[in-house]
Design a protein around this ligand. Structure first.
Ligand SMILES: C[S@@+](CC[C@H](N)C(=O)[O-])C[C@H]1O[C@@H](n2cnc3c(N)ncnc32)[C@H](O)[C@@H]1O
Length: 429
């Protein structure tokens, strides 16, 4: 089947069906055999999501009236994406996209006409797009306002730019199996170009991404794929042998695994509300030969699963808007609505409050999100500190947040991420 049509149908599942691009593509790619076709469909689908708001604007300029047929609409976006962003042979791209309309002759003429007109007047369409903020940054208007409101227009523009870049592939070296130097050598032996990440002792940047099956000893757990920002969590927990530790929103266990790789002699409990995601925790820990007590439970209701023994360390990697990982999941820009963000801070606050009740005096709680919004991060922590006299923040040296550590997307090539460290102190002291 025509790969443009396959890409368009995948995008319809996201645009109309509200499905995530990851799951829509999983379904699509399973049915494709040729690796080149798979790579092409994947690149087009990610690209259209990444540049959806720009392409949509240009398309609206090219049309007298909107396209009602979802598949043809998506195909028009696929066609424009190829012409505007891909190094493809222009005329082949147009004719393949036109062919993908199949028996719909009205659509054939329409797609042909609009793609050819775009090619003739490309410069002027692109200039017009640059004058529209949503098209310029390729983000929805509400999101532009939220980020500008929190970080100012200059920082916001940097964040939008970073969100639109291809994300780097980062590895976490399993300290129980090898050292970073050793693994870099193994990669070099296979001519896989890579470098150590200066800011994070466990992280390796693969200059050119490869499939995990090409990585030496991946199956036996020598490395995992994880962004640098997420690799800071384990270090911030100040782990010591013999501690009892709770990872409260654990699935799929990227951070649980790193915690156990950093300090295997821990009594580690990993909780998540989602039983399906918990299955991935099992698979991931098994590959790494690590173990923890796994509980499917609601973090806001510890009374339904907790045995009453307090923890020395708690990680709250809270459910969040995930606006810090847009470069990895550009469909977030299409699927997330401003309203979705209303309930999140209350859920995060409820999880934090419940977590605090399970922390030993003198214990440390690390709160993390992959968000860049203050409401989920520094405002959340400010509110928590105001309500908990026995919480003392351990500050970070330099960062743009009033409380905690805000990594803005693209800083040091990281995903957008947030951390705060809270020590439980004695009120009697
Ligand atoms: C950011 S993800 C965790 C990522 C994970 N810590 C890692 O590093 O791989 C947030 C997790 O919170 C879980 N979650 C959401 N609401 C929850 C709740 N009320 N109780 C427990 N887990 C919850 C979600 O199922 C999701 O797996």
């Amino acid at each position: 089947m025509n790969t443009r049509l396959i890409a368009a149908r995948t995008l319809v599942r996201v645009l109309d069906g509200g499905q995530s691009l990851t799951s829509a593509l999983e379904h699509t790619l399973q049915a494709l055999e040729n690796p080149k076709d798979k790579a092409f469909v994947q690149a087009v689908c990610y690209g259209v999501c990444r540049y959806y708001h720009r392409l949509q604007f240009i398309l609206s300029q090219l049309l007298d009236k909107p396209i009602k047929d979802a598949e043809i609409y998506a195909l028009a976006l696929v066609g424009l994406y190829q012409l505007a962003f891909m190094r493809v042979k222009m005329h082949a791209a147009v004719s393949e996209t036109v062919d993908a309309t199949r028996k719909k002759s009205w659509a054939k003429n329409l797609i042909n006409a609009l793609l050819r007109r775009y090619l003739r007047e490309q410069e002027s369409f692109e200039l017009q797009a640059d004058l529209n903020p949503s098209a310029l940054h390729s983000h929805p208007k509400w999101l532009i306002s939220r980020v500008e409101n929190d970080w100012g227009s200059e920082n916001a523009a940097r964040i939008f730019h970073a969100n639109n870049q291809l994300p780097p592939m980062m590895l976490r070296v399993n300290a129980l199996q090898t050292t970073r130097e050793n693994y870099l050598q193994q990669l070099a032996d296979l001519e896989i170009e890579a470098e150590a990440v200066e800011t994070c002792p466990s992280a390796i940047h693969l200059i050119k991404p490869v499939g995990v099956t090409a990585l030496p000893n991946f199956e036996s757990g020598a490395v995992s794929v994880q962004d640098t920002a997420a690799q800071f969590a384990a270090g911030l927990l100040e782990l010591r042998a013999g501690q009892r530790i709770l990872d409260l929103c654990a699935a799929p266990a990227g951070k649980t695994a790193h915690i156990l790789e950093s300090q295997p002699n821990l009594d580690c409990v990993a909780v998540d509300i989602d039983a399906t995601r918990m299955e991935r925790v099992e698979t991931n820990l098994r590959r790494l030969n690590l173990s923890a007590q796994l509980i499917v439970g609601d973090a806001t209701q510890p009374e339904t699963w907790w045995d009453g023994k307090c923890f020395n360390r708690i990680l709250v990697d809270a459910p969040c808007s995930a606006l810090g990982v847009i470069r990895r999941h550009p469909d977030i820009k299409l699927l997330r609505r401003a309203d979705d963000l209303i309930a999140l801070p209350a859920l995060q606050a409820a999880i934090l409050k419940a977590a605090w009740s399970m922390l030993k005096e003198g214990g440390l709680l690390v709160y993390a999100t992959c968000s860049i919004l203050k409401a989920e991060n520094e405002d959340q922590i400010a509110q928590f500190l105001a309500e908990h006299a026995d919480a003392k923040e351990i500050p970070f040296d330099s960062n743009p947040a009033k409380h905690g550590w805000q990594i803005l997307t693209g800083d040091d090539n990281c995903d957008g991420f947030y951390y705060a460290r809270l020590r439980k102190v004695s009120l009697a002291a």
